[in-house]
Design a protein around this ligand. Sequence first.
Ligand SMILES: Nc1nc2c(c(=O)[nH]1)N[C@H]1C(S)=C(S)[C@@H](COP(=O)(O)OP(=O)(O)OC[C@H]3O[C@@H](n4cnc5c(=O)[nH]c(N)nc54)[C@H](O)[C@@H]3O)O[C@H]1N2
Ligand SMILES: Nc1nc2c(c(=O)[nH]1)N[C@H]1C(S)=C(S)[C@@H](COP(=O)(O)OP(=O)(O)OC[C@H]3O[C@@H](n4cnc5c(=O)[nH]c(N)nc54)[C@H](O)[C@@H]3O)O[C@H]1N2
Ligand code: SF4
Ligand SMILES: [Mo]
Length: 890
Amino acid sequence: MTSATTHTTCPYCGVGCGVNAQVSAEGTLSVAGDADHPSNRGSLCSKGTALADTVGLSDRLLHPMIDGVRADWNTALDRVANGFAETIARHGPDAVAFYVSGQLLTEDYYIANKLMKGYIGSANIDTNSRLCMSSAVAGHKRALGEDAVPGCYADLETADLVVLVGSNMAWCHPVVYQRIVAAQQANPNKKLVVIDPRRTATADGADLHLPVAPGADVALFNGLLAHLAQAGFATELPGGAEAIAAAGQGGDIAAVADAAGVPAADLATFFEWFAATERTVTVFSQGVNQSSAGTDKVNAIINCHLLTERIGKPGACPFSITGQPNAMGGREVGGLASTLAAHMGFDRADTVQRFWDSPAIAGTPGLKAVELFEAIATGQIKAVWIMATNPLVSLPDADSARAALAQCPLVVVSDVMRHTDTADYANVLLPAAAWAEKSGTVTNSERMISRQRSFLPMPGQARADWQIICDVAARMGHGNAFAYDGPAAIFREHAGLTAFENTGERVLDLGGFAAISDADYDRLVPTRWPVPAREPLRAAGAMPARQNVDQLFIDGVYPTDDGRAHLVPVTPRGPTNDTTADYPLALNTGRIRDHWHTMTRTAKSERLAAHIPEPFVEIHPQDAAARAIVDGGLATIITAWGTATLRVIVTDRQRPGSLFAPMHWNDQFASSARIGAAANPAVCPISGEPEFKHTPAAIAPFAPAWHGFIYAARPLRLRAAAGIDWWTKVPGTRFVRHEIAGTATLEDIAAAARRWLGVAGRDVDWLEAADPATGTYRAAHVDAGHLEAAVFIAPEPARLPARRWLAGLFTGQPMAEAERAAVLAGRPPDESADTGPQVCSCFGVGRQTIRRAIENDGLDSVEAIGRALDAGTNCGSCKPEIAELLAEKT
Ligand SMILES: Nc1nc2c(c(=O)[nH]1)N[C@H]1C(S)=C(S)[C@@H](COP(=O)(O)OP(=O)(O)OC[C@H]3O[C@@H](n4cnc5c(=O)[nH]c(N)nc54)[C@H](O)[C@@H]3O)O[C@H]1N2
Ligand SMILES: Nc1nc2c(c(=O)[nH]1)N[C@H]1C(S)=C(S)[C@@H](COP(=O)(O)OP(=O)(O)OC[C@H]3O[C@@H](n4cnc5c(=O)[nH]c(N)nc54)[C@H](O)[C@@H]3O)O[C@H]1N2
Ligand code: SF4
Ligand SMILES: [Mo]
């Protein structure tokens, strides 16, 4: 028996997929895509599909903690409220700060912003969206007057040309990517261009890939602007003539190609396609935003759309795709230190204060994320409350941020997990309700407001984020202004503020929701803003969004002073911190398909962790050869800010001179993989967004005496284990795999192995084989015939046994004699038992299985592999990789 279906929203990326959740009588959760949600129409990607794996309570934070000791709510809330109040009394409101997140719900976010800006009276509230979307926000404001994304996902389907700039959409926004792929199948003339220094899974599926030199996007799009002007496009818009003049001469494709680092013929093709295609959408993401020239990159792109009048029309617009589930909602309430509230700046302080009837109002912008942590380091900020973000992993120069928190008098962290790199530095740790337990709204990349609805009870003493903030506000003397009986009441107030004294000059207008009843809020169907009061509310169930809000700016009127859109003259410039002789490589960082940020949730899923199990660095063969760095080995990245030691992938998908490392791994999962510690803290001077895609770096081989791995029933505390110099944990349901490397001798290993496996001094069934001649060591702990734990050591990674075969032996059932012998020999009895690293996480299909099917069964298409092995037939996120395996053969 299952409960009624709850219609909610995926807590990961900005696609904002609708999710149907059902809990069985036994408490088992199942999730499926919501076919009625207009953004995903029933699809989910690998991460959404695996949501049920991630709601378990292991390592959840279930009660408040003060200085590492369990506390009750009253004591914890008093400590926070008194700590903030005393700091404000002694040092003024700007001595405190909130650092919040695009993963808060709109209601949480609204309350945090209201407390800081209206009641504490400081604008020192910034969000991790500073690291993510702030360049897009600043670029939108310069060009359009307001931070509003003009189009919607349907425009990506209608467009005849989709240009993805600095976006690995196949991995980071998979459901929108699949919508584009499906539209392309229906419209063979539709073209997809990918502009990214790396050949990503997204680039594999493109009609044209331009491997732009890191940071050279302004040069490329200025070249396009000049080319378009020469081709006869003209504009009367303000800034038009200046922008074209700044772009220089477009005729010289060779010069632009040289500056952008791409083949001239390919660049010419792109320019021709762009010039000729009326229905063009240019999507941009972190390869654009996360740059010391981020805002200029955004405007270089928007300029091309304004010159060609490709905005405010179906199938034609610049499109900033957002990262987090509620990056947009956060921008709407004003969670950035550089805006006030509801898309109003500090020039509207009177309006906002009148609406709140608040005792104070922030009059000037507050500190932006990177500055905010610098201000903590200098002691200017003495109390900080971090909510739903893990800055000691995700900030650039993260070790400096860690040092700052270590000496900050009051660090409050609201999180769902007991242990994160940041939570470990909290004086007060507050247990927040997690996705399955929370209620509120989120806004996705296409301005679609959707409900997140709870379907599990709050565990332990967890509370909703908005509730925690209101509890603190009440203790600071603001009880009346923070007395809400639920998220609906907060949403009404937020909607009211967007409409307050808004006679049409602000596009963000949710006035139609300002009086929404609790019942209508409960039933709210996904709705794209604006929702002005003068438009009647759509009845529940009436899904298609109103045509007039699919595209903003249809009438050509913009919320700028002169009512017109502006082109912004921009000129290319190099990164703030460029490569040098000591740091000759450009380190790029970003995401992988199956992990979400700092892994606090996705690492709970064995199938997600299996896709790319270890932290890695990608390097071009030339750069690797020059440094004796080998594929499958380890290497240490060294920058002016920090280091990380990672598994090496040598690949020509990387440009010579560039490195790529994922942002996900941190001190909970690896000994030295927190790449944020090595990342460049330079920021865009306009937006304050850090340059995560370009850190000058050196790299050297890390050559341990041996490599190995340990399978154990529980995570091991390898920090303490002598002789292991490098480790990373790969979570599993029945076991945890620990990849290790070290310098201890074989004798030392033999002496330590029982301790590593947690059976020192115990009389257990212990299989052991040490071979000094080959430098290999194998040992296993067997209990009542079944495999409990095992360790394998070899001088080279390639000589270690297949991981998935061994993982398959942890069944809890006694092993057959042949299996015991195989464990000791370190070789599967039958080679086909090795399925290889996981490609399809929905059906658990490995790379070797797919390769063998291609070889032996003559399968020649993604569809044929799907029919034979199921791989790729559920969420489809792995289709690009299956295509890549097929391409290996040709
Ligand atoms: N699987 C997964 N999906 C996610 C997330 C996740 O953690 N995991 N996070 C979500 C969030 S918050 C965000 S912000 C989005 C981010 O989504 P994306 O922006 O698509 O992801 P990234 O991997 O950060 O970076 C995109 C690409 O920018 C390229 N790039 C680097 N430098 C340059 C450059 O100078 N010019 C150009 N044109 N490209 C460059 C990189 O090589 C990279 O492939 O993903 C969201 N979706
Ligand atoms: N090197 C490098 N660094 C980057 C980037 C990059 O490309 N490269 N990208 C940047 C970008 S775009 C982003 S968006 C950031 C993301 O970076 P973060 O925001 O730091 O990463 P998350 O792991 O998403 O952190 C969310 C935290 O909130 C907790 N949490 C989850 N749900 C809730 C909830 O409902 N309430 C509360 N209170 N807590 C909750 C989680 O357990 C987790 O600790 O990283 C940035 N950092
Ligand atoms: S694309 Fe995937 S991660 Fe993004 S919202 Fe949809 S299911 Fe969630
Ligand atoms: Mo992001």
